[in-house]
Design a protein around this ligand. Structure first.
Ligand code: C5P
Length: 226
């Protein structure tokens, strides 16, 4: 099984208040995207494509390993993943799509996703339970109803797909359609999406507090050695 990873790294980082694309923001001195790529390779990925803001190609090339393919992303995450998928090499039979914004995703999570694909899943996502009481609110923010949380899951990345399944689903997606993750793209094409156990360390860095937590995790967690 030859797994290619597409790392979506073409976002701006505006919610992080950064002066550069989020994927280039340093965590313990190394750009987020480098941590993300390391985790994928350590988890069993053979090939990596990173989608970047077109104006920042050189900055990404300066920090990424030479074997990583760098392609221009699009104006939405969906467009960026589409561009990355088109640049995947011919050998890959499975595709993992990952957010650069999840720098500390443990290799074990990557390995679980690849193992599920090897066992025949057409699509698989890492998930975690919802631990907070979860409610629906109306337009004014008043609670309308509580949602039973037992069947709810939070979905992380990397999300894994049989290559032909993901390519067919993207080909069927209308131009301009914007979905928040790739599992939604294949579900729109009628594909069953399986789940494996995610990991709190795969949390997404979105706002400055997330970066503070990631810095703490690197400092305190002896298992993070990169
Ligand atoms: O904005 P958000 O954190 O949800 O983005 C998730 C991932 O998608 C990030 O790693 C970001 O760099 C990437 N992205 C992208 N192209 C865009 C927007 C976001 O590759 N146009």
């Amino acid at each position: 099984m030859h797994a290619v990873a597409i790392v979506a790294a073409a976002g701006s980082g505006s919610r992080l208040g950064a002066d550069r694309p989020k994927a280039l923001v340093p965590l313990a001195g190394r750009p987020l995207v480098c941590w993300a790529v390391d985790g994928l390779l350590a988890g069993g990925v053979a090939e990596v494509v990173v989608t970047v803001p077109a104006a920042e190609r050189d900055a990404f090339a300066a920090v990424l390993p030479a074997a990583v393919r760098i392609v221009d992303g699009g104006s939405t995450r969906t467009a960026s993943v589409r561009a990355g998928l088109a640049a995947a090499g011919p050998d890959a039979d499975v595709v993992l799509v990952h957010d650069a914004a999840r720098p500390l995703t443990p290799p074990d999570v990557v390995a679980r996703v690849i193992a599920a694909l090897a066992a025949g899943a057409p699509a698989v996502v890492p998930v975690l339970p919802v631990v907070d009481t979860t409610v629906l609110v109306d337009d004014d923010g008043a609670v309308v109803d509580a949602v039973p949380r037992a069947p709810l899951r939070r979905v992380q990345t990397p999300q894994g797909f049989a290559r032909d399944v993901l390519e067919r689903a993207y080909a069927a997606l209308p131009d301009g359609a914007e979905l928040t993750d790739d599992a939604a793209v294949v579900r729109a094409a009628g594909v069953r999406v399986e789940t494996v156990r995610g990991d709190e360390r795969a949390a997404k860095v979105t706002v400055p507090h997330d970066l503070t937590l990631a810095e703490l995790a690197v400092t305190l967690d002896g298992t993070v050695t990169r």
